[in-house]
Design a binder for this molecule. Structure first.
Ligand SMILES: Nc1ncnc2c1ncn2[C@@H]1O[C@H](COP(=O)(O)OP(=O)(O)OP(=O)(O)O)[C@@H](O)[C@H]1O
Length: 307
C-alpha cells in the first residue's frame, strides 16, 4: 500500500511563553483524498500546516510526507499558506513567469509552457494578459493556486483558500480544488466553514483548541451519529412501551410525542409494531442529525454554516 500523503504522530507546537497551539496531533491523510482540515479560528490549523511544510519546527512529535520524514519530500508539495505577492501592474502570466524564474529547479527554456499550463489549469487562459489589479478576488486566488501548480505536485496544501472571497470567488476556488483532485493530486485544505468542507472533501479532520478531535472519511461520519425515531401520538405511554420493548435506546417522552434512537431497527418495523399495539399515530419520522450537529457535539462549538 502507498504511504499516506501526510502522517503525523503526536505533532505538537508549544510557543515560547508556554502556549500550546497544537497538542499531540495524529493526522492520516490518504493519497488521492481531498482532506478538509476543519476547525474554528485559533484552533491550530495554520500552526499545524506551517509545521508540515517545515516553516516552523515542532516542539514534539513527527511528521512524514509520502512516508518520507525528511524535507526532500517538500519538492512534491505545493502550498498556499500566505498568498504570494503579485505585482498589480503586471499581467497574471507575467506574474507567474516572475515566480517561475525565482525557482532555481525550473528550466527557463520551458517557463512559458509551464506558465500557460498552470493558467489553463485554473481557468485563467483568457485573462492571462490582463493586469493583476483588474482581476476579481476569485481570479486572484486562482492565480495564487496556479503559482503552486507551476511544477507537477503530488500534494497541494491550502490554508483557508476561500477566506475573504465573495460567493462567486468561493465557487470558483472550490471547483478548481475538485479539478486538481480529479487529476490525482492529494489536496489538504483548511477551513472554518463546515459547509465548504462537506461539499468538496472526501475526508475530514476536526481541530479544537489544538487537538484533533475527529478524523474520518466523510462517508462514515453520519454513521456513528444516532438517528432518532419520533412518534406523535395521543397514547404516549403505550408508544413508549413499544419502543422500549423493541430495545431502542434513549426513549424520551414529551407531551404528545415519544422519541428514541432507532439504531439498526427498520423504521417500518417500528411503525408496524406501534400499529399492532393500537397506538394512534399522528406523525412518524426518522430524524438524522445534520453534519453540523455531529460537529457541535465533537467540538463543543458551532461552525459558520454559510458559504
Ligand atoms: N507565533 C506565535 N506565537 C505565539 N502564539 C501563536 C503564534 N502563532 C499562533 N499562535 C497561537 O496559536 C493558536 C493557534 O493559532 P493558529 O493560527 O494555528 O490557528 P488557526 O486554526 O489557523 O486559526 P486561524 O484560522 O485564525 O488562523 C492561537 O491561539 C494563536 O494565537
Amino acid at each position: 500500500m502507498n504511504p499516506p500523503a501526510i502522517a503525523t504522530r503526536g505533532l505538537t507546537k508549544r510557543f515560547p511563553g508556554g502556549q500550546v497551539a497544537v497538542d499531540g496531533v495524529d493526522l492520516a491523510v490518504p493519497g488521492g483524498s481531498v482532506y478538509g482540515f476543519l476547525g474554528p479560528n485559533g484552533s491550530g490549523k495554520t500552526t499545524t500546516i506551517r509545521m508540515l511544510l517545515g516553516l516552523i519546527t515542532p516542539t514534539g512529535g513527527t511528521s512524514t510526507l509520502f512516508g518520507d520524514p525528511t524535507r526532500a519530500a517538500l519538492t512534491r508539495v505545493g502550498a498556499l499558506v500566505e498568498g504570494p505577492a503579485f505585482y498589480p501592474w503586471l499581467s497574471g502570466a507575467a506574474n507567474l513567469l516572475r515566480l517561475d524564474a525565482a525557482n532555481p529547479a525550473a528550466d527557463p527554456a520551458s517557463a512559458r509552457r509551464r506558465t500557460a499550463e498552470a493558467l489553463d489549469r485554473v481557468g485563467l487562459t483568457a485573462a492571462a494578459g490582463k493586469r493583476y489589479k483588474a482581476y476579481s478576488l476569485g481570479m486572484r486566488q486562482r492565480l495564487a493556486i496556479a503559482s503552486t501548480l507551476l511544477s507537477r505536485r503530488d500534494l497541494l496544501v491550502l490554508d483557508e483558500p476561500t477566506n475573504g472571497l465573495d460567493p462567486q470567488g468561493t465557487r470558483e476556488v472550490r471547483a478548481l480544488i475538485k479539478d486538481v483532485a480529479a487529476d490525482g493530486t492529494t489536496v489538504f485544505v483548511s477551513s472554518h466553514l463546515l459547509a465548504e468542507v462537506e461539499q468538496m472533501c472526501t475526508h475530514i479532520g476536526v481541530m479544537r483548541t489544538g487537538r484533533l478531535v475527529a478524523q474520518s472519511p466523510m462517508a462514515d461520519l453520519g454513521a456513528g451519529a444516532a438517528a432518532r425515531v419520533e412518534v406523535e401520538t395521543s397514547d404516549v405511554t403505550e408508544a413508549a412501551r413499544v419502543l422500549t420493548g423493541l430495545g431502542l435506546r434513549d426513549v424520551r417522552q414529551a407531551s404528545g410525542r415519544v422519541g428514541a434512537e432507532i439504531g439498526r431497527t427498520a423504521p417500518e418495523h417500528v411503525s408496524d409494531l406501534l400499529f399492532k399495539a393500537g397506538v394512534p399515530i399522528r406523525g412518524f419520522q426518522v430524524i438524522k442529525p445534520s453534519l453540523e450537529d455531529v460537529f457541535v457535539g465533537l467540538t463543543g462549538e458551532g461552525f459558520d454554516v454559510d458559504s
